[in-house]
Design a protein around this ligand. Structure first.
Ligand code: HPA
Length: 281
């Protein structure tokens, strides 16, 4: 099956469940951050298994539903949210990892908000802080654009000079400021995982210009650029990266920190969505 046929099949499955949906914002909710989708107004939950071509997640803390509903303070933005995502380390091909992001855009979303839990490579970051992505380093071994290109979906050689939309970054910063936090921006490095980094690797990442490290987000951001969508990336710093403190890393710590910031993260997302409501968007 071609990518176009796969996208059409997935979008048709979504439309069968929510025929009147006209989503404009796609949302990918990372580790421990999926609960926001439960807050959407008039939500319809579609398990990933019901959407042809969707990979299913195997990780604790990743629920595995596509949720359609209204978001924003006055619930005026139609959102298609992924509660959980899959990662490259789970064994899927990178094209499959990025497929759901493509589906959100093929379903009509012009903006993709990608969130994740990340380790802080910049030692001045604080666990619990939410950082706006300014740029990324793709340190995964392959690109989700590898293979035959369908020019009707996107260009063979997409420009990557501004993956994270400057206007969306300003909006996210304003939303944070209104909620009382000064949001910082950072560069996110995507590594294949699933082992956390060694202290030497974290030093290397810092030398390369990374502020944050994680195992997701970049494949989705790349396919969104390929398809001409605008991208906003948000990292929840769940821990300082290996070697910055003497503390050992664990998935439990990652999910616990994400759970601790859940309320403020949800408020931030709601405020950002409100600012994306028409006619401002
Ligand atoms: N490294 C990689 N991925 C992560 C980390 C980390 O320290 N924290 C949360 N996701």
């Amino acid at each position: 099956m071609t990518l176009r046929e796969e996208l059409d099949g997935a979008v048709a499955a979504i439309r069968r469940r929510v025929p009147n949906a006209r989503p404009t914002v796609g949302l990918i909710l990372g580790s421990g951050l999926g609960s926001f989708a439960d807050k959407l107004g008039g939500a319809t939950k579609i398990p990933f298994e019901e959407i042809p071509g969707f990979p299913t997640s195997t990780i604790v803390g990743h629920a595995g539903n596509l949720v359609y509903g209204q978001g924003g303070d006055s619930a005026t933005v139609q959102v298609l949210a992924m509660q959980g995502r899959v990662h490259y380390y789970e064994g899927h091909d990178i094209q499959r990892v990025a497929f759901p992001a493509r589906v959100l855009i093929a379903a009509g979303c012009k903006i993709l908000i990608v969130t994740n839990a990340a380790g802080g490579v910049d030692a001045t970051l604080t666990p619990g802080e939410i950082v706006i992505l300014r740029d990324h380093l793709n340190l995964l071994p392959v690109s989700p654009l590898r293979g035959v290109n369908d020019e009707s979906i996107g260009p063979r050689f997409p420009d990557m000079s501004e993956v994270y939309d400057p206007k969306l970054r300003v909006i996210a910063g304003q939303a944070g400021a209104e909620l009382g936090s000064k949001m910082r921006e950072g560069v996110y490095a995507a590594l294949p995982g699933p082992a956390y980094e060694t202290p030497a690797e974290v030093k290397m990442l810092r030398l390369l210009g990374a502020d944050l490290v994680g195992m997701s987000t970049v494949p989705e951001a790349i396919v969104a650029m390929h398809m001409g969508a605008r991208v906003l990336g948000l990292s929840c710093v769940t821990n300082l990266a290996a070697g910055i403190t003497s503390q050992k890393l664990s998935h439990t710590e990652v999910t616990e920190t994400a759970a601790r910031v859940r309320d403020s993260f949800e408020r931030l997302l709601a405020r950002i969505l409100a600012k994306l409501a028409p006619p401002e968007a």
